[in-house]
Design a protein around this ligand. Structure first.
Ligand SMILES: Cc1ncc(COP(=O)(O)O)c(C=O)c1O
Length: 471
């Protein structure tokens, strides 16, 4: 992924803080000094300082400037026990921290991690069923399972999908180690390094990482608040570029929470069919709908086999259950080989666990209460956002999934916003990590699958009031 421009100065500051050259409390250069020295724009400098503030290395004191945080633990000539020869990618590590740091030492209100909080994971149910599986299946769980997954599990997944209109052939399903592996397999089997692929914008960071890992060139197509996707712009992109695949999350897209209309789904399919490239459809949030009916998949409109659909149980059950699936249709032969090369079979215990949970309906029962809880939490968070944030702020109203997409008025200084978030111990995911461009700097993602407490709602209220002051 493209390095951030501001790294030219943030990496030097970070390393000098870590080495103890910059002492806690010492003043850092002003935004203007950095801008002039490194020939950066003011907004890049501010993003760089935001990043250092979020990492807890730097404090912003309004009207005084930036200072090295005073509570930093500095190493006293730490002995190097295991020399490291590999260089870490700082942009990658920063993004991982932004999307996954929760349970920080003090009581942070986490709205940044797209995983169900432990309280929403049906822990007792899962552990009980796992024990039953171990008792019933015994040592057979220690063997390799069929290369593409258990036949029984594939039949169950195909049967479930049939209820909402998908026509999956169980023979063309592959059980994978989570959804991201399914995406990797689908994408790698239809592209070569350097190919252009289209992707929704904003796009979840992990998907951008897969694209980057395969050395593909991503063309970002804006999602549309009303219909889900800017098909007009997409048609122009297809006319001017040789697109090899489109990756979309039509149902409760992460990070915007948007549900694509059936009209848009059909239109995308007709564009892909016309230009003859596959649509790789991510349905990881499709089971988490707040309405009365489960939304459709693009695959259900597909008669020519141009859609590959994938999902997993990471968002609906627990992320530690590494079980996903890919229906690859006409691309089955190449995806099957690729899956084999990535690991022969998914852990049998997870496959048997899912067979059990699907067979005895306990998955559906859990989904019903989980969706209600998510819907309640979404409402609580939205009500607070709408009440306390200033006019001109935008918050998408999700019809399912986990996330609310927020945008603050242009007049808000985002550097100060994140500094206040840090001071009020509240974590959001900044919009800029969902794009390779710099057009989402005023956006941020709010996840409501964490435990919503009176404390976290009060934190949201305080932030909203502060944002009003920042205008
Ligand atoms: C849209 C989307 N796709 C894929 C994934 C990864 O899923 P898994 O853990 O099953 O690999 C995530 C997780 O954040 C996601 O939000």
């Amino acid at each position: 992924m493209q390095a951030y421009k501001y790294e030219v100065f943030t990496s030097a500051i970070e390393s000098n803080i870590k080495k103890g050259i910059l002492k806690p409390g010492s003043r850092l250069p002003s935004t203007r000094e950095i801008k002039d020295k490194y020939h950066l724009s003011i907004s890049s400098v501010q993003s760089g300082y935001d990043y250092l503030v979020i990492k807890g290395l730097v404090k912003n004191i309004p009207r005084s400037g930036y200072f090295v945080a005073s509570d930093i633990q500095q190493p006293i000539a730490e002995p190097l026990l295991h020399p490291s020869f590999g260089q870490k990618n700082e942009a990658f590590n920063k993004n991982i921290e932004l999307i996954s740091v929760r349970n920080k030492p003090s009581e942070y209100a986490s709205f940044n991690s797209a995983t169900p909080t432990d309280l929403l994971v049906p822990q007792k149910l899962i552990l009980r069923k796992m024990q039953e599986v171990i008792r019933e299946k015994g040592t057979s769980l220690l063997r390799y399972y069929p290369v593409n997954g258990s036949g029984e599990l594939k039949n169950q997944i195909a049967d479930r999908a049939c209820q909402y209109g998908c026509t999956f052939n169980p023979e063309e399903l592959i059980i994978t180690d989570g959804a991201l592996q399914a995406l990797y397999i689908a994408l790698a089997s239809v592209t070569n390094a350097g190919d252009h692929i289209a992707v929704e914008s904003p796009c979840v960071f992990s998907v951008l990482e897969v694209i980057e890992g395969l050395k593909l060139k991503a063309i970002e197509i804006p999602v549309d608040r009303e219909v889900g996707f800017d098909t007009q712009y997409f048609k122009e992109v297809c006319r001017d570029n040789e697109i090899k695949a489109l990756i979309v999350t039509p149902n409760f897209h992460n990070p915007t929470g948007i549900l694509m209309t059936d009209g848009t789904k059909k239109e995308l399919l007709s564009i892909a069919t016309h230009y003859q490239f596959p649509i790789i459809e991510n349905d990881i949030y499709g089971d988490l709908y707040f309405g009365t009916e489960r939304p459709s998949n693009i695959q259900s409109f597909d008669v020519d086999g141009w859609v590959m659909t994938f999902s997993s149980f990471s968002k609906t059950l627990a992320p530690g259950i590494r079980l996903g699936w890919l229906h690859s249709g006409r691309f089955y032969a190449q995806t099957e080989r690729l899956k084999f090369s990535l690991g022969r079979s998914v852990a049998p215990i997870y496959q048997e666990l899912l067979i059990k949970l699907l067979n005895d309906q306990s998955y559906d029962k859990h989904l019903r209460s989980f969706m209600k809880q998510l819907q309640r939490q979404a409402k609580e968070v939205l009500d607070t956002l709408h009440t306390y944030f200033p006019d001109g702020s935008y918050f998408g109203v999700p019809q399912g999934g986990y996330s609310i997409w927020g945008c603050l008025p242009k007049g808000v200084n985002m550097e100060m916003f994140y500094a206040y978030c840090e001071d009020h111990r509240i974590l959001f995911t900044p919009g800029e990590i969902f794009t390779l461009t710099d057009r989402l700097n005023h956006h941020f993602r709010i996840i409501f699958a964490e435990r919503i407490t009176p404390h976290s709602l009060t934190s949201l209220q305080n932030i909203g009031k502060k944002v009003k002051e920042l205008l």
